[in-house]
Design a protein around this ligand. Structure first.
Ligand code: VTB
Ligand code: MG
Ligand code: MG
Length: 332
């Protein structure tokens, strides 16, 4: 008796790529972690970029970096528009933040990660490296429960009501920045708790999808646009709501956005607007954090922890790896 596999080839390939992208973030994390705590943000970032690029160029994809480390002239590696992969296989869009939380890594503080997302070609938002206003909650709520243009107090109240708890039971995660002073005081006025982070809003947004364990019910504030698209990729896999708006407050930024295909500078993006097709998301811990453990350098083994997600199935895997070919990590 013969069995027919009815999975379309594209989906099967994508499934195989799940492990391939784990290798990419693992390598970037290990390279950055070698420079952890040494106070040199730039060197750690460059090490992560180099490792990620090397590994991406070994994957059977025709990839285009759409969210990268800058424009062609200012970043030697993984610039927006760079082609990666062995130039065979599916056409994919790639978003990278090889070292998300360079300061966290340089200071060996919790939460630095190496992260990337991969999606069908032409489906990821080509966001310029500007600020992005963001609001996100986990899965299981009515669509449009939160509104990016509503006062923060209203969003907190609506969320508390939907959860059936008082506003004092809500915790909002916010980047600790002077620009958020008013936002923070508005949230606190409702009695809700504000958990401040110094960096790392990709993980911050992802935390909302597992509020029972993380204690984070909502993410609000302004952070990097690249980080916004990466976080949206993760939420596309695990569920949740996220609404964002690019902050295009100068002519130069608006022109740049326009040249990247953004015609409405005030558009509010949902997850599906930022990630239009199926996607994969991976992140490996560089320093220990609440989402992932950092890289451990043991005598004969390097240990990593990675989370990898796939939107088609919503599968989330935590992969702990022991890497034994230590020389390889130095040489390639
Ligand atoms: C955030 C944060 C990042 O950039 O996106 C932030 O999550 C935004 O920029 O970890 P500012 O630091 O200028 O506020 C990071 O801190 C670094 O990528
Ligand atoms: Mg970075
Ligand atoms: Mg970053």
């Amino acid at each position: 008796m013969s069995t027919t596999i009815s999975v379309p080839p594209q989906l099967l390939l994508e499934r195989i790529l799940t492990l391939e992208i784990v290798r990419v973030t693992e390598r970037a994390a290990v390279s950055a972690a070698r420079l952890r705590g040494l106070g040199n943000e730039k060197a750690a970032d460059q090490a992560a970029v180099d490792a990620m690029r090397r590994e991406l160029n070994r994957i059977p994809i025709e990839g285009t970096v759409v969210i990268g480390e800058g424009e062609r002239d200012e970043a030697p590696m993984l610039f927006i528009g760079e082609k990666v992969g062995i130039n065979a296989g599916p056409q994919v869009d790639i978003a990278v933040d090889p070292l998300e939380g360079t300061t966290l890594c340089a200071k060996d503080m919790p939460g630095a990660i190496a992260t990337m997302a991969m999606a069908e070609g032409g489906t990821l938002l080509h966001a310029p490296d500007v600020y992005m206003q963001k609001i996100a909650i986990g899965p299981g709520y009515d669509k449009h429960l939160i509104d990016i243009d509503a006062p923060p107090e209203d969003n907190i109240r609506r969320l508390a009501q939907a959860k059936g708890v008082p506003t004092s039971s809500i915790t909002a995660l916010v980047l600790d920045r002077a620009r958020h002073a008013e936002l923070i005081s508005s949230i606190r006025k409702t009695g809700a708790s504000v958990r401040l982070i110094s960096d790392g809003d990709v993980a911050g947004v992802i935390h909302t999808a597992d509020s029972d364990n993380t204690g984070v019910d909502i993410y609000i504030g302004t952070g990097g646009a690249p980080e916004g698209v990466l976080a949206a990729s993760a939420l596309r896999c695990i569920g949740g709501q996220m609404y964002t708006r690019l902050i295009l407050d100068t002519h130069e930024k608006r022109n740049r956005a326009e040249s990247m295909g953004i015609s409405d500078p005030d558009m509010i993006y949902s997850i599906e607007d930022m990630v239009k097709g199926d996607c994969l998301f991976a992140a490996t811990g560089v320093t220990d954090g609440s989402m992932l453990s950092g890289v451990k350098f043991r005598k004969d083994v390097i240990q990593t922890e990675t989370v990898v997600m796939r939107s088609v199935t919503g599968t989330v895997r935590y992969i702990k790896a022991d890497h034994r070919q230590l020389d390889k990590f130095h040489l390639d």
